[in-house]
Design a protein around this ligand. Structure first.
Ligand code: C2E
Ligand code: CA
Ligand code: CA
Ligand code: CA
Length: 279
């Protein structure tokens, strides 16, 4: 079969394993996923552990494939990044989030800022800032309700260009978060050079809390640092009571993890927002 976008040829053979068979179909069908309305957005609350109040949410895309069922982003985002369809997916997610927020505001639901993941390549495409501006404007929401999550990978790649784009985005009024912090070969100097609002401590550090003293020290230092330089901090992937207790002791401002909530549907987040507190 000929692949539309890339002019390469793939041949099926009976020896092809199930995984690559699936990947082949997913990659082929990705292009139709938006038109066929198979994509949807789940939201994972970010919680202030002191008050149990929902203070934000992260938008996480899902794909309901007609044959394979619900496919996790861990499976199809890499394919989309490879074939370039990630640009369309990313723009679609942002639009859906902005429209949802606008609708909630119209209904008088107390909304919280929502963060949207930005693929590394998207940021550097020329129309990115304009697309963000237009999407927010057309939905009619305040830009500060949108936070863009960039990974270290994005920032390492092209520092000067990235820096300029972040400056332009900040001028629009959107917030910027640094996702998966600590997983790349990052240096803390990014925090000095770039105007970042939020640091998200990667789950791998949270996993090690109370198990490895080095992890405790790293997480402690990051929380301390965030207060010193006055940026927001989110601990990601918090699952256990022990981890939560430790983070409360360190006065970590925001918690995102299964301990409070898995990513939930739009409707479910809506009812959580009406209650304002979780549990
Ligand atoms: P991420 O941006 O690091 O998102 C956090 C992931 O960790 C989510 O997985 C979330 O469900 C999971 N998670 C949160 N708390 C816990 C916890 O306590 N325990 C465990 N085990 N997992 C937890 P998800 O939704 O499967 O997304 C995976 C990745 O796919 C995301 O990682 C992100 O890199 C990517 N992704 C998701 N949606 C989008 C999108 O709209 N655009 C782009 N470019 N990437 C996306
Ligand atoms: Ca919607
Ligand atoms: Ca993220
Ligand atoms: Ca993350």
């Amino acid at each position: 079969a000929k692949e539309g976008g890339r002019n390469d040829w793939r041949i099926f053979s009976p020896s092809m394993n199930v995984e690559s068979f699936k990947q082949y179909h997913l990659e082929r069908d990705l292009r139709k996923s938006i038109i066929n309305e198979e994509l949807y957005v789940h939201y994972q609350p970010k919680v202030n552990p002191k008050t149990s109040k929902i203070v934000g949410a992260e938008a996480l895309v899902r794909w309901n494939h007609p044959e394979w069922g619900i496919v996790s982003p861990g499976e199809f985002i890499p394919l989309a990044e490879e074939n370039g369809f990630i640009f369309k997916i990313g723009d679609w997610v942002l639009k859906d989030v902005c429209e949802t927020l606008a609708q909630w505001q119209k209904q008088g639901i107390p909304v919280v800022p929502v963060s949207v993941n930005v693929s590394p390549k998207r940021l550097l495409k020329t129309d990115f800032v304009k697309t963000v501006q237009q999407t927010i404007h057309e939905a009619g929401i305040e830009p500060m309700l949108i936070e863009l999550e960039l990974t270290e990978q994005t920032i390492i790649k092209n520092t000067e260009a990235t820096k300029n784009i972040i400056t332009e985005l900040k001028a629009l009024g959107v917030k910027i978060a640094l996702d998966d912090f600590g997983t790349g070969y990052s240096s803390l100097s990014y925090l000095k050079d770039l105007d970042i609002d939020t640091l998200k401590i990667d789950k791998s550090f949270i996993d090690g809390i109370t198990l490895e003293s080095t992890n405790d020290a790293i997480v402690k230092s990051l929380i301390f640092l965030s207060k010193e330089i006055d940026i927001n901090i989110v601990a990601e992937g918090v699952e256990t009571k022990e981890q939560l207790t430790f983070l409360l002791q360190q006065e970590c401002q925001q918690i995102q993890g299964y301990i409070y909530s898995r990513p939930v549907s739009e409707t479910r987040l809506e009812s959580l927002l009406k209650k304002e507190v979780i549990q």
